[in-house]
Write a protein that binds this ligand. Structure first.
Ligand code: MG
Length: 408
């Protein structure tokens, strides 16, 4: 009897259409944006694409807008407005451009927004998304590193659910679960160690941008791949973790784990340690954020521990990777220091990629800029976005002035 009743229930017509999730993707043409589209394309009936944005890549922006019938497409560079308009002629997608268009995209009504714009340009559009008071999946680092206090105040004020997309932070979010802050003893982020994990400092002096762009495990954009090679990426992630989770700087740690399978370790007061594991593929943390609070399917390679056979862990070498040491100091300094380090690092990475400075000079320039800035002012914590932009601009100017001292 039971079975036939179940069968009858299964045959009932569906009374309600499946809920459609309205989503925006800020930064749709980068690695995170494209991986988000990849997940949506696997279940197109579940999502309605609202606003999507790109920096300068008109072709990919227009093709995403057409394929997913986006309501609004915004190009950050206003000189490309006409080109985008022409590329979307005859479609129902609205077109906008420039800084105001980018903020309009962030404010476009949506239940879920992917904040994946690279750099300081992501601040205002992502804040506009936060102010909607729904769900923001965050991949942009500057929101937390440069504008941490200002950004998190807005998240709290609008009761926004902030879902970290960075693999380590998505892992910590899952491992903490419903535990209160008083139960957390320590959060450890894992780091692959990048392509130069085994190089001596002398060898690192000579590495080229081409070598630094070869990440052993992850496929990512150029800036973050260089940041992984210097380990500045892990330093920035420590600062992000400090803002995302209820811990003090001393409760945050980094451990080298070359296989990038374990993404975090959260130790609780009872000495239980919860780790999150998955194959290194950004579609898993993105799927976690996209499906939250449910789980959805991701096309990631299933984890096979027998095939992997071993997982290795070692302490990071702060002498060979001084960016990690600098980031720890900056985290303790707080105030405007993280914004300065981040701005100087962007200038330094661009100069390294352009062949103007050597690999070791990247962190040296960050340290030099920070010292110069601290001599000029006390670097109090920015209270507004304008404060953040002022500190960022000043740090960039100083870093550019210091640059010739590090020239090859
Ligand atoms: Mg990461």
């Amino acid at each position: 009897m039971e079975a036939s009743q179940d069968f009858a229930r299964a045959e009932q017509p569906r009374l309600e259409a499946p809920a459609l999730k309205r989503i925006n993707i800020l930064g749709v043409t980068g690695t995170i944006g494209q991986n988000t589209l990849d997940l949506i394309a696997r279940d197109p009936d579940a999502y309605q694409l609202g606003a999507i944005t790109a920096h300068r890549n008109v072709a990919d922006l227009a093709s995403a807008a057409r394929q997913f019938k986006a309501e609004l497409a915004v190009i950050a560079d206003p000189s490309l407005y006409k080109e985008l308009k022409a590329a979307l002629a005859g479609s129902a997608t609205q077109v906008a451009a420039g800084p105001s268009g980018m903020v309009e995209a962030g404010a476009h009504p949506a239940e879920w927004t992917m904040g994946a714009i690279v750099g300081i340009a992501g601040l205002k559009p992502t804040l506009a998304a936060v102010q909607q008071g729904h769900c923001v999946a965050l991949a942009n680092k500057e929101c937390l590193v440069s504008a941490g206090e200002v950004f998190m105040q807005q998240v709290a004020a609008h009761d926004t659910v902030l879902l970290p997309v960075d693999s380590e932070h998505a892992a910590v979010f899952q491992a903490i679960g419903a535990n209160p802050s008083s139960a957390i003893e320590k959060i450890t982020l894992t780091a692959s160690g990048g392509p130069f994990r085994r190089l001596s400092k002398d060898e690192m002096k000579e590495v080229t941008p081409r070598q630094a762009l070869q990440h052993p495990n992850w496929s990512m954009g150029r800036k973050i791949t260089i940041d992984s090679a210097t380990m500045m990426n892990k330093g920035l992630e420590l600062i992000e973790a400090y803002h995302l989770f209820p811990v003090e700087p001393e409760q945050l740690d980094v451990i080298i784990h070359p296989q990038s399978i374990v993404h975090c370790l959260v130790e609780f007061t009872d000495r239980s340690v919860l780790a999150q594991m998955s194959s290194p593929d950004m579609r898993t943390p993105i799927a976690f954020a996209l499906g939250w609070p449910q789980r959805i399917e991701a096309p990631t390679k299933p984890l096979d521990l027998i095939e992997l056979a071993r997982l290795d862990f070692e302490a990071p070498d702060l002498d060979r990777f001084p960016a990690l040491r600098l980031a720890r100091e900056v985290l303790k300094l707080g105030g405007g220091a993280p914004a300065v380090m981040n701005a100087a690092n962007e200038i330094a990475v661009a100069a390294f990629l352009a062949g103007e400075i050597g690999f070791l000079a990247i962190t040296a320039l960050c340290e030099q800029t920070l010292e110069a800035m601290m001599q000029l002012s006390a670097l109090p914590a920015p209270q507004t976005l304008d404060d953040v932009f002022r500190i960022d601009q000043a740090a960039r100017r100083l870093a550019r002035e210091e640059l010739p001292r590090f020239a090859i």
